[in-house]
Design a protein around this ligand. Structure first.
Ligand code: HH2
Length: 264
């Protein structure tokens, strides 16, 4: 059995931090998603709203218009489809179009109704930690102890989702790399990721091309694949199992080699 799954990122947005505008029309986004699946993505994560630091919210109708044709176009492509949204009406339309996984960067805080959709339709979901909201989250984020604080938050959101009727085995957790975190916060979370894994649910890791890799390497987002592979290998070693990345081919190779080594 493969000890990990790759979640390939398909952003249908004009303004995402690393690939904004590249796949803004549906046909280009579908072609990109199919390529990621060929390269090894078991899940494709389709998003119509950027959550990069400073991003402005997108109206639900526009977000739905962006993602639905892409999900329809990928529904027979051989991978699971995840909808990256915090809005119930977008998730509902995405599920109708073929999505079976809800990736919510607000962990059902923005729209608690998402828990009911996930429970009622038997979907899987990812609950992520974020400090504050995208517009302001990178302004001087502070924690007592970043790992303990993120862990306590994820435990609370896990309990809230279970209380709302979502079976525990449908829930995955994500420390939210880059969402209200300094370089040192991100490195500490990676270093001590095993403490998040100890909660007992699969951990999703979203380091791909993020700013902290740029700070360490001096590279622009499009040239951060090597740094991203390093973070995924470290994450695998510490027990993460789902890797949300843009550079699927590179990460698939890195994780295949790392997984074989750890298995020995
Ligand atoms: N990161 C981004 C978006 N969604 N979801 C999860 N579960 N984990 C993450 O780390 C995560 C996420 C941000 O990355 P990206 O989609 O490339 O950028 P943007 O939000 O600008 O579209």
């Amino acid at each position: 059995m493969t000890p990990f799954q790759i979640m390939g990122v398909v952003n249908v947005t004009p303004d995402s931090f690393s690939d904004g505008g590249e796949h803004a029309d549906a046909a280009a986004a579908v072609a990109h998603g199919r390529r990621l699946i060929r390269e090894g993505a078991a899940i494709v994560d389709v998003g119509g709203e950027s959550t990069r630091p400073g991003a402005d919210p997108v109206p639900a109708e526009e977000e739905r218009r962006r993602v639905v044709p892409v999900i329809e176009g990928l529904s027979d492509a051989g991978a699971r489809i995840s909808i990256d949204t915090m809005k119930l009406e977008v998730a509902e339309a995405a599920v109708e179009a073929g999505a079976s996984y809800v990736n919510d960067v607000t962990a059902f805080r923005h729209d608690p109704g998402l828990a009911g959709l996930v429970a009622g339709r038997g979907l899987d979901c990812c609950l992520m930690h974020m400090l504050g909201e995208p517009r302001t989250m990178q302004r001087d984020p502070r924690y007592d102890d970043v790992v303990s604080d993120v862990k306590a938050f994820l435990e609370e959101r896990l309990a809230a989702a279970v209380a709302a009727g979502v079976p525990e085995e449908r829930i995955q957790l994500d420390p939210g790399i880059g969402f209200g975190k300094t370089l040192e916060h991100n490195l500490e979370l990676l270093r001590r990721l095993d403490e998040i894994v100890a909660i007992g649910r699969p951990v999703v890791l979203g380091t791909s091309r993020k700013n902290f890799i740029g700070l360490l390497t001096g590279r622009d987002p499009g040239a951060r694949a090597h740094g991203t592979v390093a973070t995924c290998v470290l994450g695998l070693e510490r027990g993460a199992t789902v890797f949300r990345v843009h550079d699927v081919a590179a990460v698939a190779d890195g994780l295949a080699v790392a997984a074989a080594t750890f298995a020995a």
